[in-house]
Design a binder for this molecule. Structure first.
Ligand code: MN
Ligand code: MN
Length: 467
């Protein structure tokens, strides 16, 4: 009898897929490394709230590590480290490998834009002596989540004379912050009986920015005048300068540990800065790779990747073409031989909302980095669906490097879905698969990831770029 039990136990061990909390497979030393890596990640999250700031942070780090700005036509040799800044909103980086470039590149692609409220081009108005900014939300948000929380304002304003001002207000403890107001429950009968999606509308996402008039002037618009006067004194801007600005209202929260055990991190914008940071660090920490490594941190993923800083544009392709030609090959040969990890987050199982996931195929926090073979919606529509062969290759690579990983999908089959940049890169004839960190409350102003999964993303990208 005991013998049968033993046989069954051994057979299960041999034949069944194991899904285990990552900590059971990590030593105390590895967990300490993981926690210390996440301290660096939290610092990054506090200074890189928007894509422009993530680009600046990345370029500073790249320069410190010997990367130089690459212009088309520059000669390249193995070991060279280069980067290209795409309009301050996306960045490409590469380390030239020892293998011929015609063997392809190891490409990591993450995005550095996150859902937020963008100011409209004529945002400022006053109503009943209260000043507000009109906004147009960016990316997929649940609008009600963006009311009644402190918001900071980040971005740039291009003034009439062509000079540019950088704006970051609401992050320093002494800065003022802004907010979108919501109705008190006492008077919200009509609002509360609406479906959740309609409780707050896009045009109600108005940012509260002031309420004191200019001196004693009782002329209509005096509060607006006072705001404009403050902005003129601080930034030298007039109302017309908003037309050529990009100002983004983002949560004014700092990244913090979550839980008594400090096992998780709460922050704005884990999607997808958790993959951007881990891919960036893996690239910077990589020395003398065999294959040329290319990492791209892109903009515009949350609005569908269109525009010249999004991955539907040709900027990534042009960079690879330029590198290929500098190393004596051509772009299409290199692309066809390349492999890509589309580094993006996936939804983590949430015990409070189990009904949207199918438990055998969804991702869980702490079970490691999540490999997502396909995304899409309504019958895999819009996905690149990685091949069995490439999935197998990445699976072997993860196992060979002791990366704790799991598979995932974006919800039950008919539940909804979504996409990443994977399809756009796969469309360039590159073997591509999604790999990233599972997230709780994705696209909310405050998202949650686990430290173990974050660290495993770093380990996964590190294994890939040095392979
Ligand atoms: Mn994403
Ligand atoms: Mn997203």
């Amino acid at each position: 009898m005991d013998n049968t039990k033993e046989i069954i136990k051994n057979l299960k061990e041999k034949l069944f897929l194991k899904k285990q909390h990552g900590s059971y497979r990590m030593t105390d030393e590895q967990l300490a490394d993981c926690d210390s890596f996440c301290e660096d990640y939290k610092k990054f999250m506090d200074v890189a709230k928007i894509e422009r700031e993530a680009v600046n942070y990345s370029i500073d780090l790249l320069k410190k590590n010997g990367y130089v700005e690459y212009k088309k036509g520059m000669k390249l040799n193995p070991g060279d480290k280069i980067y290209r800044n795409n309009r301050g909103k996306a960045v490409l980086m590469a380390i030239v490998g020892t293998a011929p470039i015609s063997d392809g590149v190891r490409l990591c692609a993450a995005h550095i834009d996150s859902p937020r409220l963008d100011l409209k081009q004529n945002p400022l108005y006053e109503d009943k002596e209260i000043a507000l900014f009109k906004t147009h939300y960016y990316g997929g948000i649940k609008k009600y989540q963006w009311t009644a929380i402190p918001l900071a304002l980040h971005g740039v304003i291009c003034k009439a004379d062509g000079t540019e001002v950088t704006v970051s207000i609401g992050e320093d403890e002494n800065d003022p912050v802004f907010c979108v107001t919501d109705l008190l429950p006492h008077l919200a009968n009509a609002q509360m009986s609406k479906p959740l999606a309609k409780g707050i509308t896009g045009e109600q996402l108005n940012l509260l920015i002031g309420s004191r008039p200019f001196k004693d002037d009782e002329e209509s618009g005096a509060v607006k005048l006072n705001i404009m006067n403050i902005l003129f004194e601080k930034y030298g801007i007039t109302e017309a300068d908003f037309i050529s600005s990009e100002l983004e209202a983002v949560p004014a929260f700092k990244a913090r540990d979550i839980g008594f055990d400090r096992s998780m991190i709460g922050a704005y914008g884990h999607d997808d800065k958790v993959c951007a940071y881990t891919a960036l660090r893996a690239t910077v920490d990589c020395e003398n790779p065999v294959h040329t490594v290319v990492t791209v941190l892109t903009d515009k993923e949350e609005t569908g990747s269109d525009g010249n800083t999004g991955l539907c544009s040709s900027y990534l392709e042009y960079f690879i073409h330029d590198i290929a030609e500098a190393l004596g090959s051509d772009g299409r040969t290199v692309l066809s031989a390349s492999e890509c990890l589309s580094a993006d987050v996936n939804a983590a199982f949430d015990p409070t909302f189990p009904e949207v996931n199918e438990s055998n195929n969804c991702a869980y926090i702490n079970k490691g980095v999540v490999i997502t073979k396909y995304t899409g919606a309504r019958g895999k529509s819009g996905t690149s669906d990685a091949s069995a062969e490439f999935t197998g290759r990445i699976r072997r690579l993860m196992n060979a490097n002791d990366v704790i990983w799991q598979t995932g999908e974006l919800g039950k089959v008919d539940e909804g879905g979504g996409g990443t940049v994977a399809a756009y890169i796969a469309n360039l004839d590159v073997d591509t698969i999604d790999l990233g960190v599972p997230v709780l409350s994705m696209h909310a102003p405050y998202e949650v990831v686990s430290k173990i999964d974050t660290y495993m993303a770093y380990k996964a990208f590190s294994a890939f770029v040095k392979d």
